[in-house]
Design a protein around this ligand. Structure first.
Ligand code: SAM
Length: 429
């Protein structure tokens, strides 16, 4: 049937649910008769929802579409603190399953008209009597609207077992309320022409049910064993990446810390090369104090006081090794000895200068704890700073030359040169 509504009626029904969710912020939402998961695909973006479950009797239909519920690559790259788990089940709403109890909201959009009237009774007992959600949204066609739908004869869909008038729907809904302790408001989507609003009503009629406080819970009604029934088949369970997962938090924090520390390091190095006198004087002055302690890794140079930018505050250079001679900011090993050089970036500077680092870690002590167990991060001995490997550009060339000399290649070329000389010399003699 051609759509006579704009936006189309199915979208208006889903929008009704979305608007309700925006207002009431449920954490656990269950969609009965989820079909092609189109409502679930919209709801997964509502991050107040922590558990989103879909059930349909047609497992093949669900499986065909469920890939659309997988996290996007950006959700892996930039996870949020929100938590979301999506579960999909194959099963009938006429049967009980303990995993579907206690939801904040259950939706049943254009489902009940696909059940026999006997099964509608089972649906009522299962949903309102056993699952006992805080709220239920039920939508179903309003048969009074049918004469306004062009070209329609009979029901709106060949699988419909009935289509109710407003009075029939309301009578079922009020009976449910009195049996299971709910109240209900009637509304709908799909407006008729203004002159026929009263006489015809909405194209899709909707009942919004709320559980009355103080009523017996489902387990009281069903007795012991109500929580042991598992009749549905789990098709998939998707856990969205969340920063509440400690491993994910650590991974994201580590890459943020390394990024920020590298940024500070290169800005500091720019200053060192651009305005070398000032930087090395400042750092050496502070470091000299430390050197008397003969513990190079802990502190060589410290932050300058009264400086404004993070990089100005945070330039420190350290070596992996203990003793050494200093020609400027950097350490030298004893003759023939090599060791790595590092810039030391204090954690408290990272915490105070970079909002994302403080947001992720929550506190300075937590930042230290999370980094301590991360093999990708090298901390100073007292755990107060991140050590970032440093390659002094002036020395890079020198080191490459040294390395070549130390290598077998240098020896080999030296040998061959000598041999050639000897041959020449022999020739000359
Ligand atoms: N709720 C979806 C929506 O709004 O787009 C799909 C509605 S579709 C018209 C009805 C769905 O109910 C179908 O996917 C069908 O397989 C499902 N269904 C029918 N009988 C069911 C039952 N006893 N238990 C669970 N799902 C059922």
């Amino acid at each position: 049937m051609q759509s006579v509504f704009s936006p189309p009626l199915h979208r208006q029904r889903h929008q009704f649910v979305i608007d309700y969710i925006k207002r009431t912020k449920p954490q656990k939402v269950l969609d009965l008769g989820c079909g092609e998961c189109s409502l679930l695909k919209k709801l997964k973006f509502h991050r107040e929802i922590q558990l989103l479950v879909g059930v349909d009797i047609d497992g093949a239909k669900v499986k065909k579409q469920m890939h659309g519920l997988a996290p996007l690559s950006t959700e892996y790259l930039q996870p949020s603190f929100d938590q979301l788990c999506i579960e999909l089940y194959q099963g009938s709403v006429t049967q009980r399953d303990a995993r579907l109890r206690g939801f904040d909201l259950v939706t049943s959009i254009e489902l009940i008209e696909h059940l026999t009237l006997a099964d509608v009774e089972h649906f009522s007992a299962v949903v309102f009597g056993y699952m006992t959600p805080s709220a239920v949204i039920v939508s179903t066609p309003n048969s009074e609207f049918n004469p306004l739908l062009p070209g329609l004869s009979g029901f709106r869909h060949s699988d419909h077992k009935f289509e109710w008038t407003r009075a029939e729907f309301q009578s079922w809904a009020l009976k449910v309320c009195s049996e299971y302790g709910y109240d209900v408001e009637f509304t709908g989507v799909g407006q008729p022409p203004p002159s026929q609003q009263e006489s015809v009503g909405f194209c899709s009629q909707i009942g919004v049910f709320h559980r009355l406080r103080g009523r017996d819970s489902g387990s009281m009604l069903f007795g012991d064993g109500a929580d042991d029934e598992f009749s549905y088949t789990l098709l998939c369970s998707i856990n969205y990446p969340s920063l509440r997962d400690n491993n994910i938090l650590r991974r994201v924090l580590v890459s943020e810390v390394l990024y920020c520390a590298e940024k500070l390091k290169s800005r500091w190095m720019e200053e060192k090369t651009g305005d070398g006198e000032e930087a090395s004087t400042m750092c050496l002055g502070e470091g000299a104090e430390f050197l008397s302690g003969q513990h190079v890794e802990e502190e060589l140079t410290a932050c300058g006081e009264g400086m404004k930018s993070p990089v100005e505050q945070c330039g420190r250079a350290v070596s992996d090794d203990g003793e050494g001679e200093y020609d400027d900011l950097w350490t030298k090993g004893q003759e023939g000895e090599t060791f790595n050089r590092h810039v030391s970036v204090p954690l408290d500077e990272l915490f105070s200068c970079f909002p994302r680092v403080s947001e992720l870690s929550g506190s300075l002590s937590n930042l230290r704890l999370l980094l301590m167990d991360s093999p990708e991060v090298k901390l100073s001995q007292d755990g107060s700073a991140v050590l970032i490997a440093y390659q002094d550009p002036d020395r890079e060339e020198e080191e490459i030359d040294n390395n070549i000399e130390d290598s077998g290649y240098a020896e080999a070329s030296h040998c061959s040169y000598t041999t050639e000389q000897e041959e020449d010399w022999e020739e000359n003699v």
